[in-house]
Design a protein around this ligand. Structure first.
Ligand code: NAD
Ligand code: ZN
Length: 242
């Protein structure tokens, strides 16, 4: 913890790169962690199959049943880690949060410089006329949500397996990562591409990994903290930029 504090204190451009483990403290299960969704049984189907682009088009009813039951957590609130990152941004210490999460909790905590690589459950669009719909609206519908203007299917703006993430969000995230001098990677198994390769853009001084399990990037890190990211980040003391 002291070493993390020292690295944070001397850094000038911090970027935080997070995954599902950042939101487990908010009550949202991750995929590959000890209590992750990937350990659950869904007959012959895996969550990865049900969250794929082809499944969405072939079985929209079943896609939305799974999506509504397991990917939507409208009651979830930002946890200490989300709030600490907002505090770091406000103190001009943090350049950006790059996240693979789709839960919108960084924005809910107040963070503005957020790169949601896989989109957000808060954004939904009609596939025919592009009309926008909120999460609240989606929750008020049942089955396959249909556009009120044209009857088209309303698709969540989240990156499904087999789909490419938004190019501009990726470009912005890579730019922040390559310009940073401290990259904190937390709560991610680093197994989802292309997000995991984003670390290759990092050429700064210090790399910190905070994760409950081993990750493929551990051996490249200045510091590896094996523990709860929510607790570790909550203990950081934020000093304003000198
Ligand atoms: P992952 O499930 O593959 O890996 C999560 C990692 O975080 C695991 O290694 C686990 O050990 C670790 N972890 C869990 N809780 C932790 C904690 N409190 N402190 C420290 N480490 C903790 O997640 P991923 O790498 O982000 O990839 C999963 C994909 O699924 C992403 O693309 C994401 O879009 C999606 N997803 C999003 C959410 C969300 O929005 N909250 C939740 C589940 C999955
Ligand atoms: Zn429409």
């Amino acid at each position: 913890m002291n070493r993390l504090q020292a690295l944070v204190d001397r850094a000038r451009r911090i970027v935080f790169f997070g995954g599902a483990g950042v939101s487990t403290a908010s009550g949202i299960p991750d995929f590959r962690g000890a209590e992750g969704l990937f350990r659950m049984q869904f007959g012959d189907l895996t969550p990865e199959m049900m969250l794929s682009e082809s499944f969405f088009y072939l079985h929209p009813e079943r896609f939305f049943a799974f999506y509504r039951a397991y990917m939507l957590h409208p009651e979830a609130q930002p946890a200490a880690v989300h709030r600490k990152l907002y505090e770091l941004e406000r103190a001009d210490r943090l350049r950006g949060v790059v996240t693979q999460n789709i839960d919108g909790l960084h924005r809910a905590a107040g963070s503005r410089r957020v790169y949601e690589l896989h989109g957000s459950v808060h954004e939904n669009y009609c596939m025919d006329c592009n009309r926008f719909y909120s999460l609240q609206w989606l929750l008020s519908t049942e089955g396959v949500p249909r556009c009120e203007s044209c009857g088209g299917v309303v698709k969540p703006y989240v990156t499904l397996y087999g789909e490419a993430p938004d190019k501009y969000t990726c470009m912005g995230a890579c730019r922040e990562i390559s310009n940073s001098d401290l990259l904190i990677v937390a709560g991610t198994s680093l197994s989802v591409e292309p997000a995991a390769s984003f670390l290759d853009y990092y050429k700064g001084r210090d790399l910190v990994i905070i994760n409950q399990e081993e990750t493929p990037a551990d051996r490249r890190a200045t510091l590896v903290l094996r523990g709860d990211v929510n607790q570790i980040m909550s203990e950081l003391v934020v000093q304003s930029q000198r």
